[in-house]
Design a protein around this ligand. Structure first.
Ligand SMILES: NC(=O)c1ccc[n+]([C@@H]2O[C@H](COP(=O)([O-])OP(=O)(O)OC[C@H]3O[C@@H](n4cnc5c(N)ncnc54)[C@H](O)[C@@H]3O)[C@@H](O)[C@H]2O)c1
Length: 338
């Protein structure tokens, strides 16, 4: 087994992220020493973690974003109660971002905070969702509106688990990888899968260490997300999250160009990196009304000051509040019509 260990530095709450082929073999050493029992939260048909020499049980979540809700949290917590899980024990989330978000929030809530260790099985989970301690569920009024910051004790990213991941889910993860490309300026595609995942983890770990609660720099991880969220809602989730992020990244480049923040070459680089290098769609699947998308963007929970975008510029990415609506609508109109 080859593996790399990246640490998320958060003082007493620092933790390792183990990336590599067969990294799940390290799981036992990553569980809290005081834990006497474990509950594995996962989905049917996902890779498993093998033998665990600790009394344990598994609780299953149905697939699909619709199950990322408060009923699932109640189902899990009642399962914890049935099994007799105490605050010294451990929850192990084995799955993609949906599982780790839900398992993380259930662990944060159980006895006001029980340890959680994540085994991320999707590319998106490995490079993003399992790291950084954001946990949440959805309510009908919006995505991820109910949640907590609850850092895991450790994260495992076992590259072998990706062998069963469907192609569409790989593309979804690559959308987030493309985002890191612009945050860091590193050509991630030139790397092996293990190096690439480790590099994305390193970038995310560094940002989370600096700004755990998204008071500043962590917001840069939302590059491409302003339009992506609106496309997901308006398109009734016809595109997977990461695919929508890829389109959002290309549009953010175009908007930065329209606002004079970057030149035409840099705008073109966004199209090229997402479309050619990562082989992802650069436009949505269906046609959209720009005014409707802007209305949805205004309702975004992060849009505290009018229309907020993360935009590229001479000094790298930065948060821009109050981006003029007429420029957004006009740029969107041209962008969507091409
Ligand atoms: N907490 C965060 O910081 C953060 C960041 C980004 C996204 N998210 C959340 O993550 C979720 C999306 O995560 P996702 O894209 O991993 O979706 P997901 O967890 O729904 O997984 C996608 C599908 O792939 C399957 N799958 C996962 N691993 C597999 C494997 N190894 N083999 C076969 N099938 C596998 C899952 O069962 C599911 O059907 C969203 O709810 C999003 O809000 C959270």
């Amino acid at each position: 087994m080859s593996s790399r260990i990246i640490r998320v530095e958060l003082g007493e709450r620092s933790y390792p992220v183990v990336v590599g082929h067969g990294a799940t073999k390290t799981l036992r050493t990553l569980l809290p020493a005081a834990a006497r029992r474990a509950v594995i939260v996962t989905q049917e048909g996902l890779p498993t973690i093998g033998d665990l020499d600790l009394p344990h049980t598994s609780l299953f979540i149905d697939r699909g974003e619709a199950n990322k809700n408060l009923s699932t949290i109640e189902h899990l917590c009642r399962g914890f109660a049935d099994f007799g899980l105490t605050r010294n024990d451990v929850v192990i989330g084995v799955g993609g971002g949906l599982v780790t978000d839900v398992a993380g929030f259930a662990a944060a809530s159980w006895h006001r905070g029980t340890s959680v260790v994540h085994v991320a099985t999707s590319l998106l989970g490995m490079v993003d969702a399992a790291i950084g301690g954001k946990t949440a569920v959805n309510i009908p009024e919006g995505k991820n509106l109910v949640g907590a910051f609850w850092q895991p004790r450790a994260v495992v990213c076992d590259i072998d688990h990706l062998s069963t991941l469907p192609e569409s889910e790989m593309r979804c993860g690559l959308g987030e990888v493309a985002k890191y490309h612009f945050i860091s300026g590193t050509d991630l595609l030139a790397m092996t899968m293990e190096e690439r995942i480790a590099e994305c983890v390193r970038i995310k770990a560094e940002i989370v260490s600096e700004d755990e609660r998204e008071g500043g720099r962590r917001a840069l991880l939302n590059y491409g997300h302003t339009l992506a969220h609106a496309l997901e809602i308006a398109g009734e989730h016809d595109m997977a999250h990461g695919e929508a992020v890829a389109v959002g990244v290309v549009f953010a480049g175009r908007l930065a160009g329209a606002l004079g923040l970057i030149d035409g070459n840099r705008v073109e680089t966004h199209e090229r990196v997402v479309g050619d290098t990562y082989g992802l769609r650069t436009r949505p699947l269906r046609s959209h009304d720009p005014a409707e998308l802007v209305r949805i963007m205004r309702r975004d929970k992060k849009a505290i000051n009018g229309l907020t975008f993360i935009l590229d510029g001479a000094g790298g990415l930065a948060v821009h509040n109050d981006v003029p609506e007429d420029v957004v609508v006009e740029t969107l109109r041209t962008f969507l019509s091409e």
